[in-house]
Ligand binder design. Structure first.
Ligand code: PHE
Ligand code: CO
Length: 299
């Protein structure tokens, strides 16, 4: 029926004379499941087993429960269609295959419609510990489980609608909103009765950061504060200098309900904070030692 090629493109960052730059793509593709090699399935299995072991006792109970409920296993790369059977019934979200990074507005529109874009291809064996862009492991293992959680599922859709709106307001609004995504969806911590736990996808899909974010003295761990986060720059190439801690997904949902337009207007006048700053007004769970921090610019 479709005129798509049997195997969609693998769109990755490109080395150019301006350095290593992201390449964007808008296509939605069928997951070419039969095209995965034994090496691909083995990369999935290794990463899955390594991270699951690390995350029991470190990731939030909600994350671990949701991942089990989805039936993801290390045995083989999951089929999006099979995960969708479960996910759609649970929270109305569906996974769509993509070839790589999406332009911002396209990404927001998917989220607003409860479609989560998942990169179809998986990293190479020599990239187990790090790659600069999202792949199937980051997207599926990291992001998708919490879409089973009704409150988090609603937050992600609200974020998508908020993204469409911020895109219409302008680039500064988008910078503020992207920082919120970064410090919650990608690098968020949550306070559980038995201590701090991870829920951010960028952390759960990284071996090094899963340990660093909870156990290292170096980074700050600070209570969630919406406008504070919107003003805080971040690192894209090293571990975070600061993690923000929510008390619950309900708190996150409630704090982000208000119309952000007046906040964006106010913040347009306000200076941003460096990634490692601690403010007097912060609720500090841990003040980072700053050990090993690079002092070059953050975003
Ligand atoms: N309330 C936000 C707005 O008016 C939308 C939003 C919700 C953004 C949840 C992020 C997360 O823009
Ligand atoms: Co991500």
């Amino acid at each position: 029926m479709s005129s798509q090629p049997a195997t969609p493109a693998r769109v990755e960052h490109q080395q150019t004379d301006k350095g290593y730059v992201p390449v964007y793509t808008t296509a939605v593709v069928e997951q070419p499941w039969d095209a995965y090699t034994a090496v691909d399935h083995n990369v999935w299995a290794q990463l899955f087993e390594r991270q699951r072991k690390l995350l029991v006792g470190r990731a939030s109970d909600e994350f671990l429960v949701a991942q089990d409920a989805m039936g993801m296993t290390p045995d083989a790369i999951p089929k999006f269609a099979e995960l969708n059977n479960i996910l759609e019934k649970a929270t109305g979200w569906t996974l769509v295959g993509v070839e790589g990074l999406l332009p911002e507005l396209t990404f927001f529109e998917h989220l607003a419609n409860r479609r989560f874009p998942v990169t179809w291809w998986i990293r190479k064996p020599e990239q187990l510990d790090y790659l600069a862009e999202p792949d199937l492991f980051h997207d599926l293992f990291g992001h998708v489980p919490l879409l089973m959680n009704p409150v988090f599922a609603d937050y992600m859709a609200a974020y998508g609608r908020g993204g469409v709106k911020a895109h219409g307001i302008g680039p500064e609004a988008l910078v503020n909103l992207t920082r919120l995504y970064w410090y919650t969806v990608e690098f968020g911590l949550i306070r559980q009765a038995d201590g701090l736990r991870i829920y951010g996808s960028g952390i759960v899909s990284s071996k090094g950061e899963s340990i660093h974010c909870l156990e290292s003295d170096a980074p700050n761990r600070i209570g969630f504060d919406l406008e504070r986060i919107m003003r805080t720059r971040y690192r894209i190439d090293t571990f975070q200098k600061t993690y923000f801690v929510i008390d619950s997904f309900e708190q996150l949902m409630q704090a982000t309900q208000p119309d952000f337009a007046p906040i964006y207007a106010r913040l347009a006048q306000a200076p941003s904070y460096p990634a490692g700053t601690v403010l007097e007004t912060d609720r500090v769970f841990h003040r980072g030692s700053g050990e090993g921090w690079p002092d070059d610019a953050d975003f």
